[in-house]
Unconditional design. Structure first.
Ligand code: ATP
Length: 237
């Protein structure tokens, strides 16, 4: 059974239909990427999974449980965390306080402490800056903090929306390494939305190409990197 399964999901903003019947499946332990042009519906897909933008029809299953009509906080409790586009950390809170916010739905104090130490092992820069205000961190560090904060909810499935957006190439490289590390060492399943299709496909097992609210191509990441249509439209090759 897939860890995450979307079946024929349709989502609207008023009269505008952003998702026109999206079906996606993510197996436990995989990194799956969702690529496509601006406005294709990638962010809406993540927002639909989290129930922040409720779906109009279709079904979403997590480990076989229907989560399509659950509240966003219940979905976090079920093991799904999202890192939204644009990071959105709390600039007036310290690094540690930002991380505490990520764990606010949990009450297992000891494991929270352990998870914070684990996060600091993955991101040593954040450990050095744990008492610094979030707003004073660099763009790359804020992205690391946003990812760490999502990890503090102890997710089985991590949804990442454009983690490389607006960051310098070296930092982007670093972010992608960290995503792989989280997947391998924490055994966290990852659904990654990216404009940087080339980098995303290099670390993913499987990819979905979205266009106009629909899934246009589904294949292994290796095949998508070789696919002429994908190379021309999304890899600039
Ligand atoms: P981007 O990379 O620009 O974020 P995307 O693939 O994530 O693109 P979405 O943001 O999901 O695409 O947008 C899908 C469609 O829904 C677009 O046509 C967009 O204009 C529309 N849309 C998104 N958010 C809203 C909103 N809050 N209100 C109305 N329409 C919206």
């Amino acid at each position: 059974m897939a860890l995450l399964e979307l079946k024929d999901v349709r989502t609207f903003y008023g009269n505008i239909q952003a998702l026109k019947g999206v079906s996606i499946s993510v197996e436990e332990g995989e990194i799956v990427t969702l690529i496509g042009a601006n406005g294709a519906g990638k962010t809406t897909t993540l927002m639909s999974i989290c129930s922040i933008t409720p779906i109009r029809s279709g079904e979403i299953f997590l480990d076989g449980h229907d989560i399509s009509r659950m509240s966003p906080h219940k979905i976090v409790q079920m093991g799904v965390s999202q890192v939204p586009e644009g990071r959105r950390i709390f600039p007036q809170l310290t690094v540690s306080e930002n991380l505490d916010m990520g764990a606010f739905l949990r009450n297992d104090k000891e494991s929270i402490k352990q998870d914070m130490e684990e996060v600091f092992t993955i991101f040593p820069r954040l450990a050095e800056r744990r008492n610094q205000l979030g707003g004073t961190l660099s763009g790359g560090e804020q992205q690391m903090l946003a990812i760490s904060r999502a990890l503090m909810a102890s997710p089985r499935l991590l949804l990442l929306d454009e983690p490389s957006l607006g960051l310098a190439p070296l930092i982007v490289q670093n972010i992608f390494e960290v995503i792989q590390k989280i997947n391998k060492e924490r055994k966290t399943t990852i659904l990654l939305v990216e404009q940087n299709a080339n980098m995303a496909l290099k670390i993913a097992n499987k990819g979905y190409v979205m266009q106009n609210g629909l899934i246009k191509i589904t294949d292994t990441a290796t095949n998508l990197l070789k696919n002429q249509e994908v190379r021309k439209a999304y890899l600039g090759l």
